[in-house]
Design a protein around this ligand. Structure first.
Ligand SMILES: [Zn+2]
Length: 551
């Protein structure tokens, strides 16, 4: 009897839901992914012919969907479909001259060998460093809310700081930084920013595979080629002149030659009492020119103005860019089509825009559909928007990002990039439950995936933000099938020309996931709630600082 009542009730709930969340046509999703990842779009590289096509297509789709242009204001005072995103592109000219001297004895360093130095992003056209002292500064963390300061006021002007990767309790497994899970203090981007704030001339991060979550090959490949950044008014405020990595064994030896024990110092760095130490008798010299220029790419922005509170905004994001045309694969294919990464998320964004444009009544708050550029260059389109928001961040309710969704059948679960504690995730978990989708937390929180997706530039500034990810526990074949597909994708397609559209993709999983993501955004856009970060989150203080503007 009781059972029957319960099942009747759940039936009633699900049919009521079916009435509120629109149906997302798998065929339409497939068509959009097919178009965006076709060879005509040339792999969608920023500032290329592929960008021109992509931006035109997205604006046209948004217009047809019934969205309003939500981008930059034109000379006529009207908004266009795009936000111009100027990007700094920097490259070291030739092989950089790099060396360390121990006790006055210089030793040349091979770029990509003992050291990996990034092209300067502080605006320098040339870097010339003569015998700069090296200072070990623990994990390079200054976290007021955790009463933690690795610098202790040490003067880093004219000096190169040397720090460890990840955060101080990664190895000990418990402490003030969430145990093995990585906080933002563990991410290399943070470490460069903090070093710039500390006035350091340079920062070198000692690479270790476990805390970095990737090997030296990755460090070498992603730091010794062309660098990109958003164009900043004061690039030196977030970039020290020299940014780079040291190979671990080389660093350990360098410490030894300075009379220091690397492992012992690391243990000290895992405590609050740590004091920075100079590597006595060790200096670093560098000489190289940097070819830097500004290129312009674009975010594409569609909007629905809120009926009652237009200044309050719910944002959906997905990056439209991919890797463009590059090195050929074994078949001679040079176009990196980026079907899963991220034509899927971009198609999802368009489909959500269309659904909301038809919503009756129109939501009380505004909705923005933001297709960002240059994710593949380091989350730059989203960073640019967050640094120059078209709609105020203080009254941005939340950001829901979609990157590389599963184009195949449905799963029993979903995930988010990385781990974080915030109400927006609680809301997503509760909403997904209504579609029988359960939350599977990121299985590798120590890898810091939370900081590697387009929601992050918003989160960093306090805006509640998450990046949705498809689950592995497939309805058809379970975890075995889901994991096998994931591993095959990583091995054979991820960031390769073979990431291409397949006629066999059903898009039935995405179709259901979009109902969940629609409902999550719809409830925020029709309501008055301001979800926040949990107490103790490193992003809570930034959000609370603007609380007055949400009354
Ligand atoms: Zn990618």
């Amino acid at each position: 009897m009781k059972l029957l009542a319960a099942s009747l009730l759940s039936l009633a709930v699900s049919s009521a839901l079916a009435g509120t969340a629109p149906r997302f046509d798998p065929q339409q999703l497939s068509e959009m992914v097919k178009t965006l990842s076709s060879d005509e779009f040339e792999g969608r590289a920023p500032a290329s012919a592929g960008e021109t096509r992509t931006v035109e297509y997205l604006a046209e789709q948004m217009r047809a969907a019934g969205l309003q242009p939500g981008g930059d204001l034109g000379a006529d005072g009207k908004r266009g479909w795009t936000q111009a995103v100027p990007l700094l592109r920097a490259e070291i000219v030739g092989a950089p001259s790099l060396s360390v001297a121990v006790g006055g004895q210089p030793q040349p360093l091979a770029q990509g060998g003992q050291i990996a130095v990034r092209a300067a992003l502080d605006g320098s056209k040339a870097v010339s460093i003569a015998n700069a002292p090296l200072v070990f500064a623990g994990y390079g963390v200054k976290a007021a809310e955790r009463n933690w300061d690795d610098f202790k006021g040490v003067d880093l002007r004219g000096k190169i700081a040397v720090v460890l990767i990840n955060d101080p309790d990664f190895e000990t497994g418990q402490g003030d930084f969430g145990g093995p899970a990585m906080t933002y203090y563990g991410r290399w981007t943070y470490k460069y920013e903090e070093a710039a704030r500390q006035g350091a001339l340079g920062l070198l991060i000692v690479h270790e595979t476990a805390p970095a979550s990737y090997g030296w090959a990755t460090v070498k490949n992603s730091n010794t080629n062309t660098m990109f950044d958003v164009v900043r008014e004061q690039p030196g405020a977030v970039h020290p002149r020299m940014e780079g990595w040291l190979q671990r064994d080389f660093a350990v030896d360098l410490f030894r030659r300075a009379g220091l024990d690397f492992e012992a110092l690391k243990r000290q760095a895992q405590t609050r009492a740590f004091q920075p130490v100079e590597l006595k008798g060790v200096t670093l010299s560098a000489d190289y020119a940097v070819d830097s220029k500004v290129i312009t790419s674009h975010n594409v922005v569609g909007r629905i103005e809120g009926r009652k509170r237009p200044d309050e905004t719910v944002i959906y994001t997905a990056h439209w860019d991919h890797l463009g045309v590059g090195q050929p694969d074994a078949k001679g294919d040079r176009i990196y089509n980026g079907a899963v990464d991220n034509a899927t998320g971009t198609a999802a964004l368009l489909a959500l825009g269309r659904a909301f444009a038809h919503a009756k009544p129109r939501p009380e708050r505004s909705l923005v559909f933001l297709a960002v550029t240059a994710e593949e260059k380091g989350l730059l389109g989203s960073e640019y928007y967050a640094s120059r928001p078209l709609y105020p961040l203080a009254t941005t309710v939340g950001v829901i990002n979609m990157d590389a969704l599963n184009p195949q059948g449905p799963a029993h679960d979903f995930t988010i990039s990385g781990s974080a504690k915030l109400e927006l995730l609680d809301n997503l978990v509760a909403t997904a439950k209504r579609w029988d989708l359960r939350y599977t937390p990121d299985s590798k929180p120590e890898a810091g995936y939370f900081f590697r997706s387009d929601h992050f530039p918003f989160a960093k500034r306090g805006v509640p933000a998450i990046s949705y990810g498809s689950g592995n526990d497939w309805v058809d074949g379970g975890v075995v099938a889901g994991k096998a597909a994931g591993e095959a994708y990583t091995a054979d397609r991820y960031h390769q020309p073979a990431d291409q559209w397949e006629a066999s993709w059903t898009f039935t999983g995405m179709s259901r996931e979009l109902q969940v993501l629609y409902t999550l955004g719809s409830e925020l856009a029709h309501g008055k709630r301001w979800p926040n970060w949990d107490a103790g989150s490193e992003f809570r203080a930034a959000r609370d600082a603007s609380a007055e503007q949400r009354k």
